[in-house]
Design a protein around this ligand. Structure first.
Ligand code: SF4
Length: 266
């Protein structure tokens, strides 16, 4: 007889697991998440500097877990090369999610470059969750990243990220290993799984070296956090995200900040 699938945990169980998982390895957390939510789970990846580590771990557990990639069409050529190399080497399937209605429709609506940083300095707009109007770089990120991710997750119960608490911003410092979201347009909650939340840079790079994981080519040129080409410069100093939206107030694209998880208040 087939074993019954694990039951889907509720908010209280998520909190109990969060305490337990603080002492677990990323692989143990991933195995739990994949066995609990398969086939309605995906892993998200920007194919940035060090994205290969989490994808390698996922591929060692279950190669059928799809990889959600937000194809903004503003990526560096090196990012797309890394995406294809990692997918091929680890045997993973990448889903490319892009702006609603497709790129030609987006360009027809916004013929001027929304992401020209020099014309948009100081226009960082509050979160989508606050129902505010978006302009400039926030509008560009909303169309090309936040909304496509929402669509990619619509029929999924859980998704995996490589967020770390030492990743720079105050929001990232508060990352829980399991975060619980109740979206207004969905009857079922979504669980965000951050298995590397309590890893630091050193542990990550040790894993990358030990497993000979491919690294983004621009890393060697000083790019430590790599997003879209118009909005990414080499990092300055130790802050690996300092090259993102450089010269503006913006520090996050919105995919990790458009909604507060329910269990931040617990
Ligand atoms: S990072 Fe820049 S180019 Fe990419 S979606 Fe955001 S504003 Fe647009």
């Amino acid at each position: 007889m087939l074993a019954a699938p694990p039951s889907i945990p509720n908010l209280e169980e998520i909190e109990r697991l969060n305490q337990e998982f603080e002492a677990a390895t990323p692989q143990e957390i991933l195995r739990w998440a994949i066995e609990t939510y398969r086939p309605r789970i995906a892993v998200t990846s920007s194919f940035g500097a060090s994205s290969g580590a989490i994808l390698h771990m996922v591929s060692e557990i279950d190669r059928t877990v799809p990889v959600v990639f937000l194809q903004t069409h503003y990526h560096f050529a090196e990012t797309l090369k890394l995406r294809d190399e990692i997918a091929d080497r680890f045997g993973l399937t990448v889903e490319n999610w892009e702006v609603w209605g497709g790129r030609p429709r987006f360009l027809a609506h916004y013929p001027d470059d929304l992401n020209k940083l020099e014309t948009l300095d100081g226009l960082a707009i509050p979160e989508a969750a606050a129902g505010k109007v978006h302009t400039g770089i926030d509008l560009c990120c909303w169309h090309n990243k936040v909304e496509p991710l929402e669509r990619a997750l619509r029929n999924r119960l859980a998704y995996i990220t490589s967020l770390r608490r030492d990743g720079g911003s105050e929001r990232r410092r508060r990352t829980r290993i399991l975060e619980f979201y109740q979206r207004p347009d969905r009857p079922e909650p979504t669980v965000k799984v951050n298995p590397m939340a309590n890893w630091d840079k050193k542990a990550l790079w040790r894993y990358i070296h030990d497993h000979e994981i491919p690294v983004h080519e621009l890393w060697a040129e000083g790019y430590k956090s790599i997003g879209c080409a118009p909005c990414t410069l080499p990092a300055q100093g130790d802050d690996e995200r300092s090259g993102r939206w450089s010269g503006t107030q913006k520090i996050e694209c919105g995919i990790h900040t458009s909604q507060e998880p329910l269990n931040y208040s617990i």
